[in-house]
Design a protein around this ligand. Structure first.
Ligand code: PGA
Length: 256
């Protein structure tokens, strides 16, 4: 059985007091009604990581960061290391999000270094891939995700995949209110498993947790999460409010 996972990517939202209010509300809901099969993770901004981790200590909610730099320390103004986020309580880290690729010019070489560093520090990586609208319209979706998986995960060992979750996030669906249809998500998720089999080892693909991300909301979560190859969601906008995030967690509990 693959682990179901609902992860919240807070992006650049929430001050420390706002962050604590959100996770306290979420923790209360989780304690009243603990999810039986869904792992829940929140990824606040760096500034709130330590406070959120402290508040969620001894709860079932995992904490992750949204990025790291690949060096452990040094003269890298503005950067934060794997060692630092671990020390602040993070066990997960999102790497390769399309906003990082687009606004901060992260390419596969950078993403590959960051993934290797995160794994070396025993962090669990949530690795994002996905095509732009233009690429989808040109029917390049498969080429793009194949390319991203191949180069972002270059020189990783099969054993590393245990600490890695892929999130398929079509760029055109992120923050746009326009989610991929369940069928579109299913098609790419199933293809991602084929890619993993081909690049790493036959059979490995079906063991991996693969999330869908891009405008996941309480209204569309059930249909997306009931697809056989969709194991969970990476949620942006809808995770900023405990009620809507909780509904998505419940949709995961009810799905298959
Ligand atoms: P969204 O963001 O749910 O707001 O579309 C998802 C993501 O970027 O991870």
């Amino acid at each position: 059985m693959r682990q179901k996972l609902i992860a919240g990517n807070w992006k650049m939202y929430k001050t420390i007091p706002e962050a604590l209010q959100l996770v306290k509300q979420l923790r209360t809901k989780m304690e009243k009604n603990p999810p039986a099969k869904t792992k829940v993770v929140v990824c606040p901004p760096f500034t709130a990581l330590a406070a959120v981790s402290e508040t969620l200590k001894s709860s079932a909610i995992g904490v992750g960061a949204q990025n790291i730099f690949w060096e452990d320390e040094g003269a890298y103004t503005g950067e934060v290391s794997a060692k630092m986020i671990k020390n602040a309580g993070a066990k997960y880290v999102i790497i390769g999000h399309s906003e990082r690729r687009r606004y901060f010019k992260e390419d596969s070489q950078v993403i590959n270094k960051k993934i290797k560093t995160a794994l070396a520090h025993k962090l669990h990586v949530i690795h994002c891939v996905g095509e732009t609208l233009e690429e989808r319209e040109q029917e390049l979706t498969r080429d793009i995700v194949l390319n991203q998986v191949e180069w972002d995960l270059k020189n990783l060992a099969v054993a590393d995949l245990k600490n890695l979750t892929i999130a398929y996030e079509p760029v055109w669906a992120i923050g746009t209110g326009r989610n991929a249809t369940p069928e579109q998500a299913q098609e790419v998720h199933s293809f991602l498993r084929e890619i993993l089999d081909a690049l790493f080892q036959p059979g490995v693909g079906k063991k991996m947790t693969i999330l869908y991300g891009g405008s996941v909301k309480p209204e569309n979560a059930a249909a997306l999460l009931s697809q056989p190859d969709v194991d969970g969601a990476l949620v942006g906008g809808a995770c900023l409010e405990a009620g809507s995030f909780w509904k998505i967690i419940q949709a995961s509990e009810k799905a298959g």
